[in-house]
Each structure stands twice: as C-alpha cells, then as structure tokens.
Ligand binder design. Sequence first.
Ligand code: PLP
Length: 460
Amino acid sequence: MTIASDPLARQAQAFAQGAKLGEAYLQSLSERAVNADTAQLPALDIPLPQHGQRANDVLSLMQDAGGPGTGATAAGRYFGYVIGGALPAASGARALLSAWDQCANADTGPSVMQMEQTAVRWIIDLLNLPAETEGAFTTGATMANMTLLATARDTLLARLGHPRGKGLLSAPALRVIASAEIHATVLKSLRLIGLGSDDIERVPTDDQGRMCADKLPKLDASCIVLAQAGNVCTGAFDPIGEIAEACQAAGAWLHVDGAFGLWARAVPELSDALTGLEKADSWVVDAHKTLNAPYDSGLALCRHPEEMRASMAIGAAYLPPTDPSPADLTPEFSRAARGAETYAALLSLGRDGLNDMIMGFHSKATRLAAALRNEGFSVPHQVHFNQVFVTLPDTPDLCATITAEVQASGEAWFGAAAWQSQNGFRLSVSNWATTEMDIDRLVAAIAKAREAVLTSKAVA
Ligand SMILES: *Cc1c(COP(=O)(O)O)cnc(C)c1O
C-alpha cells in the first residue's frame, strides 16, 4: 500500500514531520531572542484557499511564519506571569497523545483515564490532602476555580434548604469573602457562576500580601471564603490553617486557589507555610505552571466529591458512578486526556525530582532577589516561593520603561506590575529549564536596561 492510499500512513508521516520541526524549534530556542518576532504574522493571515494544501506544506508554513512569532516561553529566560515550561517527558507525552487523540472518557480511552486517575491520586498524596479527596483536570485554574465555586455555591444553598436545580433567582443570598489581593481570574470565575464580583467582602492583607486572618468578618453558613496559596506578586501564602478554623466553626466553605503555589506543599522545606491546608473544602492547582506540564492543565480537588458530582454530573447526579468520568466532576464534556501529560511529568520527576525542581525555583528566586537588591533595586517582600516583585522606591515609574527595554532586547522577558500601590515589575522563576546562568543574564539585562533608560533620560 502506498503512502497516498493509506490515510493513517499519511497521518503518521505528518506526525513525524511535526515532531521533526518541533525538535528543530526546541534546539534553536536557547540562542533565540525571547520576545516574539511578529513580522511574519501577515503570512499566516491569508484567505482560505479553494484547494487544500499538503500537510507538509501546512506544517512548513506554520514553522517558517509561525515559529519566530512564538514567545520563547519554553526556554529558560522567560520570567513573565507564571508560565513554566514543559518537562521533556510531558512534552513527549503530548506528542504521543496527539497521535492517540483520546477523549478523556473511560469508554473511549481507558488507559488515558487510568493515567489521569493515577496522577490525581499522586497529587492528592503529594499535597497531603484528606483521603476522601477526589479531583479532575480542567483547562486551567480559572475553570477549576469556577468548578469548585459552583460546587461550593450549590452545597451551601442546599444546606440552607435551597436544592440544586432551583437556580439562583429564588435563592437565599450567599456571601463571598476574599483577600484584597485575590487573583483577577477568580473574579471572572465568580461572575460566571452568578455570584458577581462587586459584592465580595474584601479582607485586608499584610505587608507580604497575605490575608489577615484576624480581619475576617464574622462568618456564617452562607459564606464562601477564598484563600490563596501563592500571591502572584510575592508568592506569599495566606494563613490557611487559621482561616480554616474560623470557617469550620461557622460552617463556611473554604476554597484555596493554589494555581502555582500549592506545589510548595509537596516540599518539606516550604510546606510549613501551608500548615492546615488539609482543613479546606476545595483546592485548585495548575499542572501547567509550577509542575511544568504543557498547557492546558489545571486540577480541581474537593474533599466533598459527592457534592462536586452533584453539581457537575450530567446523568443521575446522586448515584455513585460505575465508570468514573471526568465529565462528572468538571464543566467540560469532551476534552483531551491532558492529565496523562501530568502523569508523565510526575513519573519522570519522581518525588526527589519534584522536590529538587521546586526547591530550585525557590533558591533561584532567592538568588535573583539578592542580586537585584545588590544592584540597588528594591524587593519589598520576603522570597516566600518563586515570585519576585521588584521596584525602585525613588523612581518607580522608570520600572515600566526598564521592563520594555529588556523585553525589546530579547535577553529575557517579564512584565510590568503594580503591587500594594507601587509600580514595578514581576519575575517568576517557574521553568524547569532555567539555569543560574539564566538568572545572572536576567540581572545583567535589567541593570543594563536601567543604565540605558537613565542615559536616555539624561540626554533628553
Ligand atoms: C494563573 C493563576 C490563575 C489562573 O490560572 P489559569 O490556569 O491561567 O486559568 C488563578 N489564580 C492564580 C493565583 C494564578 O496564579
């Protein structure tokens, strides 16, 4: 049978071509400018041709015009947001999974479901969560937060005598209590589930960005309390144990957004800050951030899986499932079996490798903060985890120009940010591929950009 007449041989050939191009891309990345070169985007924005092109030609166009237009987030000098890279085994697993093209469902993909479930079990164990906890993968923390906030909403309303299915229009009021520094995406999750973002009771934070547990309002059984494991500017962890005790005493639901920071719980040297985490009702963590699984991989974890199922399942919501299905625990119905990539990531690291990777983020962030302080910058917080907020106390407004200068240089990438009314920039050490040399290059690039900005100001 020739390649032309065998459809799957054609797919296999295109698959090999994609892998070959991906290999070349990865090998070029360390030397490349970190910022995306957008000059060739018009070559992609073409009219849909009448006749289709050969798969190889499609892939070549994507590589030639699209490759330069990617931010080099996979390599070690990208410090924006909390992006992370992709561990080799996880990245390879994605390639393999794309050949399998499995929908995450026990009927169609028993083996990928097994990998997902095993990965969830490993993570529950690594995070030392209660034995009754269950979880499922979502596209990211935004959807995982939404899943669990909907579950919290339905559960509290049911406890107040308003059963699921009756909707919000006739429901008793719920209260949402959150840190003044809650992540912006959580506001969206709240809006999507009909709780709105304007009525949140905001709890003040301390000088590290942690919610002040002693400033919680009086709680009751209508309260959803949102705590954070990992402030996106400072990496700090809310005092979850204390907050949990107040919630338990009042019958409130405690939800923890730990998109990148929950992984600290898996590391003995860092887990003290998360004492009492196990007392919460639900947790969110991203595999695509700190764990360095490829996008999209968030995880929704809940100690009341029957409530999650009651809110999310399509079929007979209250019956225990015979075939566990992720569609019974999250909003999505059809989705990729992305949990298998997290399985690959964890299996390739083992407990020691995970510990070393996360401690490596922390020690490099610590090195970075020390070097920048040494250069005369201010890091107005302790290095709690992997995030570093940087400012210039006397000239904070220079920070945006310095940021733009570094971005344009291609040496490194990070974004401007504001924290507690100070303008500055934010650095995230969250890529497995980042070396100490990358940290030193970053510091040198920032120092050089400041010189350039000061010189051009002096000239002007
Ligand atoms: C990134 C982040 C989110 C949103 O996560 P996505 O995976 O991008 O949807 C939510 N909360 C915190 C604290 C985050 O860092």
